[in-house]
Write a protein that binds this ligand. Sequence first.
Ligand code: NAP
Length: 504
Amino acid sequence: MQGVLLGVMYWNVKVGGSPMICLVLTGGTIEASVSQYERNKEYVDIVELRVDLLHESSRSRVATFPSLVDVPVILTIRRQSDGGMYIGSERSRLALLESCLDGKFDYVDIEDDVKRSMAEQKAREAGVRIIRSKHDFSGMPNDIYHRIAKISAKGDIPKLAVTPQSILDLITLFRVRTELKDVEDKIVLGMGDFGLPSRILYKRMGSLWTYCAETPVAPGQISVQQMKELYQADKVDDRTHIYGVIGNPVNHSFSPRIQNPGFRGINFNAIYLPFLVDSVRSFFILAEMLKISGFSVTVPHKQQVLPYLGKITREVKQIGSCNTVVRAKNLWSGTNTDYYGFVEPLIPDIDSKEIQSALVIGAGGAARSVVWALRNHGCKVTIINRNLERAKNLAQETMTAYDTLEHAKLYEHVDLVVQTTSVGMVPAIEEDPIPDYTFNKNQIVYELVYRPKYTKLLQRALEAGCRLHFGIDMLIRQGKHQFESFTGYHYPKRLELSLDLEED
Ligand code: NAP
């Protein structure tokens, strides 16, 4: 496995001299815009001055702006129908655009449907490149390739900001690169949650640059720090290995913050990003198209990926769910790292017979990994769940006992209590699935909820003197196992202390 990785351990340093990360300036004044640039200049290659976001009193000084920063500047006055804030007639907007062009701007953004304006003429005379933009906040026009080609044929830069509604739409967007490979200068991006991968993988889209902001002004926009530091999107090249996490929802996932620093720690040319997925079947098509090397799977797709896997581990078969998929030669191979992330810290206590019996609260997806792991290690398990039928089914499958949540008190003698329901997680942090249960100091209590770190149940267990295991540690452990599946390497040890995910 290590040999496989050695062949790809390099970063291609910044390609060419073209702009890559564009900061949209959202300050209300020229001074605020300059300060925004100064605060972020280490991350930024180009800025867009959004005159529509400036107070009226600052608009007369727009022409001075390009001389106040040392990167190329795009001049934009966005009207409301395109997500902007300009209030006033179209005539006055275009007149303002024309007067702003007295400044030495490098680019001007003129919407595709604005025909033969004086601003356009002035821009051409001054050698300012024109970006012809089209925004769609509700979907994707069905002629995107044609639109791009047509604008480009006139010598302008086409900019298409559309809103994919599904993974299939995202596939259409990523195909721009191959369909229009002769159109070098273009800006294409998907807005909203489905579009996020196109913003991050803008170089794979063949897009000149991607837009970021300190305060997002368009759906799905992320901060310039995230783009540059978390994803290092500007370093993606044709050899970068793409990994990700699929789920619905998914953008809250911690996993990019575990995997991306890990890749960097071993000098692995790879990126890990969230994919909002409505259809697993479509995602596998995208995965082939982008040559995705592997991905994590979260709710609700952990079962739905199974039919697409050519190889699965014993645990995946038992649990019936998979949270890690890697490309292995010509097939997809699935593992379940929740299983190992959960059981690892318990093994010494199981081996020493300190843990022989366990009460598992919950019978959902996470409980399946927990119960199978405990059973495979020889523990006697009782499952209690709100929905008794669900507890019964899991108990029959795993040859364990089951009962109702209300009977929790009958199991106060067990060595280990594992809480696998979503009860107690933010925002309902005062909730406790077994409020009448009395813990004793000889027990070990394991909480799967990771936000907050100390749930109500864990606080009670702590007061009783129990030994605790935290959901956040399990999350990190399972992430490190995924990292090993993806790369063949252990997670870099020196990064371990910086993974304090509770801080957000
Ligand atoms: P799931 O499949 O939807 O199962 C949810 C479980 O919670 C079911 O047993 C459900 O009972 C129970 N439940 C939900 N609301 C309840 C309520 N109001 N009262 C009593 N029981 C209730 O979800 P999952 O994937 O198993 O995830 C469960 C939790 O584990 C989540 O908080 C998740 O974040 C956490 N988790 C943590 C890690 C980690 O690495 N730390 C890994 C996986 C999961 P019914 O069957 O009666 O509906």
